[in-house]
Ligand binder design. Sequence first.
Ligand code: ADP
Length: 167
Amino acid sequence: MAKTILTQGDITTQRVDAIVNAANEGLLGGGGVDGAIHRSAGPSVMQECQAFDGCETGDAVATSAGDLFADHIFHAVGPVWLGGLEGEEAALVRCHTRAIDLALERGCRSIAFPAISCGVYGFPINRAAPLALSVARSAERSALDEIRFVLFSEPDYFAFARGLDSL
Ligand code: ADP
């Protein structure tokens, strides 16, 4: 039975089979966690991303992980927060579910997620955390051993900790 784990830190240093990136529809890299992952992974991952015709919001695509410890990167495109009435919650759930599915298809045992959409995309973290964690909870009976959420800041960590308590 998989465990859902929270940790505060940098996702690029995690020793897991798969790292999830908070990507954008163009898969073009950017700031935030996307930039950090591409910087650490090296240019081969960007080359693989360019072979896709982008990725829709709510979906995810897989590449290798370049220089990262992990074997795979799943580039998941979370929604831009537009006030909550534009299907943002469903899209956030879908992109997490898609990343879990990619992990299972590839035989991964461990996966690390950042707080997708909770940076420049503006999704309120107190609403995002229970949604992300509910996807992890649903996957706990899968072949995964660990589903890790890597929160960059202490407030983000505590938002996820509250979300875990309230599941
Ligand atoms: P989005 O565009 O999906 O909102 P961002 O990269 O702007 O993506 O932010 C998503 C979350 O990732 C934010 O909570 C941000 O603090 C966090 N973050 C930024 N850098 C890192 C990192 N190196 N490791 C883990 N989380 C990070």
